[in-house]
Design a protein around this ligand. Structure first.
Ligand SMILES: Cc1cc2nc3c(=O)[nH]c(=O)nc-3n(C[C@H](O)[C@H](O)[C@H](O)COP(=O)(O)O)c2cc1C
Length: 340
């Protein structure tokens, strides 16, 4: 059968695999290694694994001569190492290494690693298939890097389909809609912060004002208004004066149409205090998420935030606005509007 190599490769790529780096030590003492996704388990008793190596690769002779190899299953954050061991000439430079009893280079930070003795080497077309008996292994339990359709990925547990009633819209509220879930999550996170705001006699609007000023201080009153506009809260000059009287921010050139405003030392301390509390509440809320899930959640939220950026706000930022500042304010769901 005539096979289009590109199409064959892309069809094979639909099979998701982990990614490994296989290393050995050449008889001359040189460390050798390459990125490999053809790794697989073979037998439990005795413990055996296999992987295949293209015959044309320069590392082939070293693996044949050595008769031993080590397999490292890469952790989710090791994609740069995978790229390095597939392309760079000086692959081990600068890496902290452990050594096996036979002196094989053992990479750190992976999720599992296996030390193996070659017990068979079969020809498989343009590849050699190395079968190894495992003499030692370590399992570090880190989330693994995944390769799917030619792209590095992370594995997430497939979510259970939501209960039928969660999708029901008979009441007009879809409990499975993204908006509903985001607002619920936001309200619940805020529940932990509200008592602290009350303890400091701060309303939510006042807290938003302080946080907005903290993003770029000094700024002008109109800039504070712009930053908070997305939440639906209106910033009145009286709000700013009240915070100034409490010594949390200072207003200068009040006679001007757009006075300048900045945090005082006490205001900065207050913002930092609430921010630390918010972080602690957030960390507690994500306790049950794996670290890869947290990264994916943030990535998705960032995409939604970018996609839903209102045009008037985009225009406001073009005149030298601060993207991170705008992002922080934008994380307040519009649905919170009027809850106070
Ligand atoms: C994700 C990934 C998986 C790979 N899997 C294999 C493999 O299973 N077998 C193989 O021979 N080459 C594989 N390669 C290619 C080699 O890592 C690469 O060509 C390497 O530079 C060969 O090293 P060498 O020329 O020093 O022998 C893979 C590359 C990548 C990026």
């Amino acid at each position: 059968m005539a096979v289009d190599a590109g199409q064959f490769r892309s069809a094979l790529g639909t099979f998701a695999t982990g990614i490994t780096i296989v290393t050995t030590r050449a008889p001359c003492g040189a460390d050798v290694g390459l990125t490999v996704n053809s790794f697989n388990s073979v037998s439990l008793e005795p413990p055996m694994v296999l992987w295949s190596l293209a015959k044309k690769f320069r590392s082939r002779q070293a693996f044949i001569d050595s008769g031993y190899f080590a397999v490292h299953i890469l952790a989710a954050e090791q994609s740069e190492l995978a790229t390095r061991f597939a392309s760079q000439p000086d692959r081990f430079r600068g890496l902290a290494l452990d050594r096996s009893e036979r002196g094989l280079p053992l990479l750190q930070g992976c999720t599992a690693r296996f030390q193996c003795k070659v017990i068979s080497c079969y020809e498989g077309g343009d590849h050699d298939i190395f079968v190894g008996e495992v003499s030692a292994f370590e399992h570090f339990g880190r989330p693994a890097l995944v390769l799917q359709a030619g792209r590095y990925a992370v594995a997430l547990e497939k979510p259970e389909p939501p209960a039928a009633e969660a999708n029901a819209e008979s009441t007009g509220v879809a409990r499975n809609s993204i908006t509903y879930l985001l607002v619920q999550a936001y309200y619940r996170l805020q529940l932990g912060i509200r008592p602290e705001l009350a303890r400091h006699n701060l309303s939510e609007t006042e807290h938003y004002i302080l946080a907005a000023v903290a993003l770029i201080s000094p700024c002008t009153v109109n800039q504070v208004r712009d930053r908070i506009a997305i939440s639906g809260y209106q910033v009145a000059r009286a709000d700013l004066r009240r915070l100034a009287r409490r010594g949390l921010l200072s207003l200068s050139d009040e006679a001007r149409a757009d006075p300048s405003v900045q945090l005082t030392k006490a205001g900065r301390e207050m913002v930092l205090h609430i921010a630390a509390m918010t972080k602690a509440i957030e960390e507690d809320a994500v306790t049950d998420l794996q670290y890869t899930e947290i990264d994916v959640l943030k990535q998705m939220l960032r995409k939604i935030v970018r996609r839903t950026q209102p045009s008037w706000q985009r225009a406001g930022e073009e005149g030298g606005g601060d993207a991170s500042a705008a992002d922080a304010v934008r994380t307040v769901p519009a649905a919170v509007v009027g809850d106070n």
